[in-house]
Design a protein around this ligand. Structure first.
Ligand code: AMP
Length: 214
C-alpha cells in the first residue's frame, strides 16, 4: 500500500514525479490543481468559486479543498494507494487530511519533499508547457518539444497555464513560503518526511524519490 504525499514549491516537478510514480505503482495521481482546472473548464459551481483565487496565485479556501479530497479518496481506484500532488498546502488542510484518513481507516505511508533552490523556480515555471490534448509536460529549457508548441506524443497544441505568468508565480511562491513550507516540520514531527534534491535531471530525481519509498 502506498499512500503518499508529494510536497514542494510550485515548479519543483511534483506533477512530473507524481505521474511517473502513478504509472510505476498503478495508483492514481490526485492533483488538486488539476481537479480545480477541470472544474473551471466545466464551469461548475466549485470552478466558479475557485477561479478568482487561482488567477491571483492565492490558495482556494481549505473547506472547499477538503470536501473535494474527501470525495476523491472514497473512489475505488484509491484502494491500493494514491499520490497527493499539490495537497495539503496549509496546516489546516494537513489536519483535515488526518481526520479524513482516520474516518476512512487509512494512514499515510510517506511524504516526499522535493527541494529546488527558490531562485530557480521562477525560470522553471515560466518556461513550462503542457499538452492541451494528452496532458504531457514539456519545458522549453530542459525538455523542449521537437516541434514548437506541438506535443511529441499526440501532436496536440501545447499551452502555458494562465497562472504561470511571472507576477502570479511570485505570488504563488510567497504563498508557498508562508502557508505550505510549515508542513515540512509538521510531517517531520510525524516521522513521515523524506527529502529529495529536485535540482537534477527528471530521471535522477525519480530514482531518488523511489529510493525513499523502499
Ligand atoms: P497547482 O496546479 O498545484 O500549482 O495549483 C494551481 C492553483 O490551484 C494554486 O495556485 C491554488 O490557487 C489552487 N490550489 C491547488 N491545490 C490547492 C490546495 N491544496 N489548496 C488551495 N489551493 C489549491
Amino acid at each position: 500500500m502506498k499512500n503518499l504525499i508529494l510536497l514542494g514549491g510550485p515548479g519543483v516537478g511534483k506533477g512530473t514525479q507524481a505521474k511517473m510514480l502513478a504509472e510505476k505503482y498503478s495508483i492514481p495521481q490526485i492533483s488538486t490543481g488539476d481537479i480545480l482546472r477541470a472544474e473551471i473548464k466545466s464551469d461548475s459551481e466549485l470552478g466558479k468559486q475557485a477561479a478568482g483565487y487561482m488567477k491571483r496565485g492565492d490558495l482556494v479556501p481549505d473547506d472547499l479543498i477538503l470536501a473535494m479530497i474527501e470525495k476523491r479518496l472514497q473512489e475505488d481506484d484509491t484502494a491500493n494507494g494514491f499520490i497527493l500532488d499539490g495537497f495539503p498546502r496549509t496546516i489546516p488542510q494537513a489536519e483535515g487530511l488526518d481526520s479524513i484518513l482516520a474516518r476512512l481507516e487509512r494512514r499515510l505511508d510517506g511524504v516526499v519533499d522535493i527541494e529546488v533552490p527558490y531562485e530557480k523556480l521562477v525560470q522553471r515555471i515560466t518556461s513550462r508547457w503542457g499538452c492541451s490534448e494528452c496532458g504531457a509536460d514539456f519545458n522549453s529549457l530542459s525538455s523542449p518539444p521537437q516541434v514548437v508548441e506541438t506535443c511529441d506524443h499526440c501532436g496536440g497544441r501545447l499551452q502555458q497555464r494562465p497562472d504561470d505568468k511571472e507576477e502570479t508565480v511570485r505570488q504563488r511562491l510567497l504563498v508557498y513560503r508562508e502557508k505550505t513550507a510549515p508542513l515540512i516540520d509538521y510531517y517531520k514531527r510525524k516521522s513521515l518526511l523524506k527529502i529529495v534534491d529536485g535540482d537534477k535531471p527528471v530521471e535522477s530525481v525519480f530514482a531518488a524519490v523511489c529510493n525513499t519509498l523502499i
